[in-house]
Design a binder for this molecule. Structure first.
Ligand SMILES: [Zn+2]
Length: 453
């Protein structure tokens, strides 16, 4: 640990060290707007990305000290710390009622400590040493002192938080819902139901959407379509200089599988030439887009330095989505993770819009500085964070509440409630009795679907 961390300007304990901002008052609690009232059976998390707080305090601006090649951790954490509905959820303390009994909840709790330091006090910088040690100790891929991929860490971190907060008491693996001639939207809803039967958490509510993946046999024309859940879109970089839209078009472009990549067609019962295509089906409230800058070729990693131009407001994704959306898929940028330098010797930073004062800041380890809107679009952008600006609240996703799913279904469509579902439902009922009592009027046999098809 660097000497700066042990200086006398720091307060705190072995879990976290804190350096108070010069001139900051001891108690700013009266100046802070309280988090929205949320309890564990919340129906929606309010969209307050554009809600402004008191001008006389500056919160959310603490840097995170580098503990030796930890910029990939701090940059990802800064973007998560600026994800307003998630932070409201944590500051309201809902996680304490939702930690899955299978887990200790250590990672979640240490992140909440960091979130409280960031948003309830005016600190200049923070050393979240317990949290970082926990990552080093529990995830072998993030060895102490080594450089790592920030997107890999982000994905690991959100997965872990999801596991710790999974409302399903007995998580398992959802089965693949095969297409059997049904309408796509119905098949997608079934796949979502199947997924939610094993995965329900604030992470699912906010960050997860659905992709359609289609394989078509070039010999017999057989089509296999499945609906997969995604937490981020990993898009290829289209050309040397391009736009985010070009990258999304590239992502949804049909790919030919031939030679060693041939697909085993269940209809021809042999390996056949085929086409493969991804389509966006349902987009989540918080959309994470990963620009595939790093190319992995056997033992070499190379970096694409291309400038990708992306909008900071009103990214409209209608033309890239195959299905109708309940609300317009309009997104505003609120964070970027940036990578400068080479793949061998690089550095990560984050640029985020502060939910308290609505201004943009650049986080570079322990240093934070104000930046203009124009400075948020750079050739270093690696991961982009957008929020949906067309909705007032982000609804909870539960297998029992299909009316809050992103799917548009007619009333006569019901999601099959198999015996297995009933067993799982009763498992949920035992583990979450309050939730079941409150949500009892909706069950999966008679769903109050919208009548829009
Ligand atoms: Zn075939």
């Amino acid at each position: 640990m660097g000497s700066a961390c042990c200086g006398r300007n720091y307060e705190g304990n072995e879990r976290m060290l804190l350096k108070r901002k010069r001139g900051s008052s001891e108690d700013i609690s009266t100046l802070l707007s309280p988090p929205p009232e949320l309890t564990k059976n919340y129906i929606g998390l309010p969209n307050r990305f554009e809600h402004q707080g008191s001008a006389s305090i500056c919160v959310g601006l603490a840097g995170i000290e580098n503990l030796g090649n930890t910029c990939y951790i701090s940059s990802a954490l800064q973007c998560i710390l600026n994800t307003q509905p998630l932070i409201d959820y944590f500051l309201a303390g809902v996680h304490e009622d939702e930690i899955n009994p299978k887990f200790s909840g250590e990672l979640t709790r240490s992140f909440v400590e960091l979130a409280k330091a960031q948003w309830l006090s005016e600190y200049e910088s923070i050393v979240p040493r317990y949290l970082i040690n926990l990552v080093w100790e529990t995830a072998a891929q993030f060895e102490a002192g080594k450089q790592n991929d920030c997107h890999e860490f982000l994905s690991y971190f959100l997965d872990q938080i999801h596991e710790e907060l999974n409302r399903v008491a007995r998580p398992g693996t959802p089965s693949v819902i095969e297409n059997n001639g049904e309408k796509d939207e119905r098949q997608a809803a079934k796949a979502w139901h199947e997924y939610l039967s094993y995965n329900c958490s604030v992470i699912v509510d906010l960050f997860q959407g659905q992709l359609k993946s289609t394989l078509k046999c070039s010999e017999c024309g057989f089509i296999s379509a499945t609906f997969d859940v995604f937490m981020y879109l990993s898009v290829p970089i289209a050309k040397k200089s391009c736009t985010l839209e070009d990258c999304l078009l590239e992502f949804t472009k049909e790919e030919i599988l031939d030679g060693p990549e041939k697909w085993f067609c269940p209809c021809c019962n042999q390996k056949c030439k085929a086409t493969k295509k991804f389509d966006l089906w349902k987009l989540p409230p918080v959309l994470i887009i990963h620009l595939k800058r790093f190319k992995y070729n056997k033992c070499e990693i190379s970096k694409l330095e291309s400038f990708v131009k992306y909008p900071t407001a009103n990214l409209n994704l209608t033309k890239y989505i195959l299905s109708n959306q309940k609300e317009p898929p309009n997104y505003d940028l609120f964070g970027t993770i940036n990578h400068s330098g080479t793949n061998q010797n690089g550095h990560y930073t984050a640029t985020c819009k502060n939910k308290h004062d609505q201004k943009w800041y650049h986080y570079d380890d322990e240093k934070t500085k104000r930046v203009n809107l124009e400075e948020t679009v750079t050739r270093n952008a690696y991961v982009l964070f957008y929020f949906k600006n067309s909705i007032d609240q982000f609804f909870t996703q539960s297998s029992r509440l299909p009316e809050y799913w992103p799917h548009i279904l007619s009333k006569d469509i019901t999601v099959n409630n198999t015996e297995n579902d009933e067993q799982r439902s009763s498992g949920l009922a035992t583990d979450f009795p309050n939730q079941t009592a409150e949500l009892g009027s909706f069950n999966t046999i008679d769903n109050p679907f919208d009548n829009n098809i």
